[in-house]
Ligand binder design. Structure first.
Ligand code: FNR
Length: 363
């Protein structure tokens, strides 16, 4: 069940965007069984209110990596925002910045790390790394993120190859075809020196970026080395298995995002909510755990929190909102925060600490 605002922006996106762009945003991998169940996973749980408590002032804020964020909601890394709106990530980041929420910029953003760090003056800016198959380029991107003053790195590890998204395959479409998502490479000194020649055109550049974008040889050891060599906290995204999560903690990760990539990678990947409790048990209570996939309402955020997540990420709702530019993204985020606030009050909780584990039940 989706907030009416999200439905509204999804409808607008479907009407206004090209068939290719909307297919790219909305689609999932393979059978789309994970897409279906990501949307349904929250409905397996019901909430039990505790009443006669003072809820006149609700504090929705939480701490994440020593920052206060206004609600436990981050904007997930999504590539290629200019296929949705010409202002792209600048508009999405600006909406997050205004509302005190972190923005996670994708490697394949349509604006550079440095451009987005200029927008994120008040809220945390994270940089998501698809670790390229050329380590020199990977480390160059990391150094730029450090210099731009980002809050942390998010390394996405569920993408040794792109999942088989049949809708895009049937349209023969990848957003770089529109020139989107190349900014971080085209502004990178190491990429330019090693790969770019004066004969290149848009098509050859796109091919060169795509040829190194994903990395099938990435291991825990390589991530551990990076963690030891960067000043930034590193959060690992795409974990669904408890021992993997514990391994991330053991190599010094600052947190884990429990995610099936919005059902776009492994076909039939398990719903994140199904594994969050086991993962929480495995990593202990002091380790930052985030979750994403199918979060559409305030009560989804609450359920994820009650089952062990510290914060959530939202993807498609805000990217549909971006069809209306910054105003559209802000609309989506404001409605979600309002829904969250109202339902916390109705549960009898004036802050996150006042929720009790006894207030959630699986049917
Ligand atoms: C994504 N996601 C993603 N993840 C990532 O680490 N880097 C990326 O560049 C992208 N790009 C991307 C594009 C689009 C169009 C979508 C829908 C998703 C995955 C994203 O960060 C997140 O895990 C999911 O979107 C969460 O699921 P919901 O909220 O979309 O259901």
């Amino acid at each position: 069940m989706t907030l009416k605002t999200t439905d509204k922006w999804e409808t607008i996106a479907k009407q206004q965007l090209s068939r290719n762009a909307f297919g790219y945003l909305s689609g999932g991998a393979g059978s789309e069984v994970s897409l279906k169940y990501n949307a349904e996973q929250f409905n397996r749980y019901r909430l039990i209110p505790r009443l006669l408590r003072d809820v006149s002032h609700v504090d929705t804020s939480v701490e994440l990596l020593h920052s206060t964020i206004q609600a436990p909601i981050l904007l997930a890394p999504i590539g290629f925002h200019t296929i949705v709106h010409e202002c792209g990530e600048r508009a999405s980041a600006s909406a997050a910045n205004t509302l005190g929420l972190p923005f996670i910029q994708s490697t394949v953003a349509s604006f550079s790390i440095e451009d987005i760090s200029e927008v994120m003056t008040e809220s945390d800016h994270y940089f998501q790394l698809y670790w390229p198959s050329d380590d020199d380029v990977a480390y160059s991107l990391v150094r730029r993120a450090e210099q731009a003053g980002v809050k942390g790195l998010v390394i996405t590890v569920d993408t040794p190859v792109l999942g088989r998204r049949e809708i895009d395959l049937s349209h023969d479409y990848f957003p770089m075809d529109e020139g989107a998502g190349m900014a971080n490479f085209m502004t990178d000194p190491v990429f330019k020196e090693k790969y770019v020649t004066s004969e290149d055109n848009q098509a050859t550049l796109k091919q060169k970026i795509q040829s190194i974008l994903f990395n099938q040889t990435l291991t825990f050891e390589k991530v551990e080395t990076l963690i030891s060599q960067t000043s930034l906290p590193v959060i690992i995204k795409g974990i669904l298995e408890p021992s993997d999560a514990k391994h991330c903690k053991d190599i010094g990760a600052a947190g884990v995002i429990v995610s099936n990539h919005g059902a776009r990678q492994l076909d039939s990947a398990i719903e994140p909510l199904e594994v969050i409790e086991e993962i929480r048990e495995k990593v202990g209570h002091d380790f930052p755990l985030l979750i994403d996939g199918g979060i559409r309402r305030g009560t989804d955020v609450i359920k994820a929190y009650m089952l062990g997540a510290d914060s959530v990420l939202i993807g498609r709702p805000y990217i549909y909102g971006l069809t209306g530019g910054e105003v559209g993204v802000r609309d989506v985020l404001e409605q979600l925060i309002d829904d969250l606030t109202v339902n916390l009050k109705l549960l009898g909780a004036a802050s996150w600490h006042e929720l009790s584990p006894a207030q959630i039940r699986r049917l």
